[in-house]
Design a protein around this ligand. Structure first.
Ligand code: ZN
Ligand code: ZN
Length: 175
């Protein structure tokens, strides 16, 4: 994902809109197959800065922290950023190194604003530490590993034992 800047720089203060639709795994190593990203970004420039604001929507394949099943985790976030325009392209620059500096140093140099690393970091930040496939995921049984969303297991003996005791109590009362 990159934006060609000469026109943006020429018309200072004017906003240019871009829409990117990507497969996450093709753009970033750290996402598994199947993830998608929609990125909407508006770009403008001032005397010595390139300004962006926009939002992204991502579906990331991830693993539920309770039941360990794969699921599509939907993320969205807004962003606003100002990148300082550097005059000279550092020797030995590559699109990857420029993307890293844009993300980490908030700088942009040359004709392109490379957004890949910046967006990758936003997606990672937007992810929760312990994602859940659904808010009330029951997880897996610590005793036998059964996925409690799909079935119950015999480790629930405790509950049944209580029930039996209650039944006995009832019997006693009825005598
Ligand atoms: Zn789950
Ligand atoms: Zn169990």
């Amino acid at each position: 994902m990159y934006i060609y800047l000469p026109e943006v720089k020429q018309k200072k203060g004017e906003a240019f809109d871009y829409l990117f639709e990507e497969k996450l795994a093709e753009s970033f190593d750290d996402f598994s197959e199947g993830g998608t990203l929609t990125l909407q970004v508006s770009v403008s420039s001032s005397a010595d800065k390139v300004l962006i604001n926009g939002s992204f929507n991502a579906a990331v394949q991830t693993v539920c922290s309770r039941c360990l099943e794969n699921f599509d985790y939907h993320l969205k976030a807004d962003f606003t950023e100002a990148f300082n325009v550097l005059k000279e392209v550092p020797a030995g620059s590559t699109p990857d190194s420029l993307a890293a500096e844009t993300a980490n140093m908030h700088t942009v140099v040359g004709d392109y604003l490379y957004l890949d690393e910046y967006i990758r970091q936003l997606i990672i930040l937007a992810q929760e530490y312990s994602p859940l496939c659904k808010p009330d995921c029951k997880g897996i049984c610590a005793g036998c590993g059964t996925d409690l969303n799909n079935s119950s297991c015999s480790c629930n003996m405790d509950d049944e034992a209580i029930d039996i005791r209650l039944l006995k109590l009832k019997e006693l009362k009825q005598r």
